[in-house]
Write a protein that binds this ligand. Structure first.
Ligand SMILES: Nc1nc2c(ncn2[C@@H]2O[C@H](COP(=O)(O)OP(=O)(O)OP(=O)(O)O)[C@@H](O)[C@H]2O)c(=O)[nH]1
Ligand SMILES: [Mg+2]
Length: 272
């Protein structure tokens, strides 16, 4: 489908009309291409067009943000720190999380969206907090490098549906191939909805933290993410959690991330 010209401009936000136009163009290309298209690519493109319609029908006002990463990086701990209460289970046994947990900010009902995401474990966050996170649906995922096949499958399934990815890593695992090769480098289309967090910053001296952050930024650049910023956090001390919340507040502002992610899906399917 690489000969298709679907008419994207560069930069700027993706309006609902843009997304609708791009998705319709993709659907039309599948119909026109017919038997000449690679059946696998055509099926993938059809699935993307269906997903756009399904996601938009569920909720245009929410932003689904997933905390994803290796086991023990501190996803659940950081999730609880952002939520402000102990909602997710934290454990010494690896892996701990096997099913996603959701936290929802704001009064808009997110039930239909969470049904679609197949996340039964839901927590409504009470109003308050310095910045507005209304509209945020935050998901704590199982580990994507799990020795439990079902954990990996569940993480991958939800990563396929979330609007914004927060890759949570730590000083020990930040250079792992699983993160860089299987996710970040394979998902450079999604750079506009990608946040990278180096958690467990309290384990490093300030000089070590600077070096680790710079090395991670270098690896992300090599993966193909030109501009991504690395946030340093400690779920243990709370350092950097305010900055992460501010980043999440930016991600939910205007509820644009869902369209940006879906448009990247359409773009990726069209260019395959
Ligand atoms: N020192 C330090 N320890 C942390 C930090 N965040 C989490 N931990 C510890 O790291 C361990 C793993 O934390 P979890 O939050 O369960 O990690 P997870 O990424 O959710 O792990 P899985 O659910 O197995 O994928 C626990 O013992 C936490 O107390 C941190 O910022 N600093
Ligand atoms: Mg966990």
């Amino acid at each position: 489908m690489n000969a298709l010209k679907l008419g994207w401009g560069s930069g700027g936000g993706v309006s609902a009309a843009d997304l609708e136009r791009h998705s319709s163009a993709l659907s039309a290309a599948i119909t026109t291409g017919g038997a000449q298209l690679d059946p696998e690519l055509a099926a993938r493109a059809a699935a993307v067009a269906a997903k756009v319609a399904e996601r938009q029908a569920r909720s245009g006002s929410h932003t689904v943000v997933a905390f994803a990463g290796a086991t023990g990086s501190g996803k659940s701990s950081l999730f609880n720190a952002v939520v402000g209460s102990d909602v997710a289970t934290i454990g010494a046994r690896r892996p701990t999380t096997s099913k996603p947990t959701a936290a929802v900010w704001g009064s808009d009902p997110a039930g239909a969206l969470l049904d679609w995401l197949e996340v039964p474990s839901r927590h409504q966050v009470p109003p308050g907090g310095a910045e507005s996170l209304d509209g945020l649906v935050l998901l704590d995922l199982p580990d994507f490098d799990s020795r439990e096949v079902s954990n990996r499958a569940e993480a991958e399934r939800v990563i396929g549906l979330a609007d914004v990815f927060v890759w949570v890593t730590d000083p020990q695992k930040y250079a792992d191939a699983r993160l860089h090769d299987d996710y970040v480098a394979a998902m450079t289309h999604y750079d506009a909805v990608t946040i990278v967090v180096l958690n467990q910053a309290d384990r490093l001296t300030p000089a070590q933290l600077d070096a680790c952050r710079a090395d991670l930024a270098r690896l992300l650049h090599r993966d193909g993410l030109a501009d991504v910023r690395v946030l340093a956090t400690s779920a243990r001390t709370g350092a950097g959690v305010g900055e992460l919340r501010a980043e999440l507040a930016r991600a939910v502002a205007g509820a644009r991330a869902a369209r940006t992610r879906l448009d990247a899906d359409v773009r990726s399917a069209a260019q395959a």
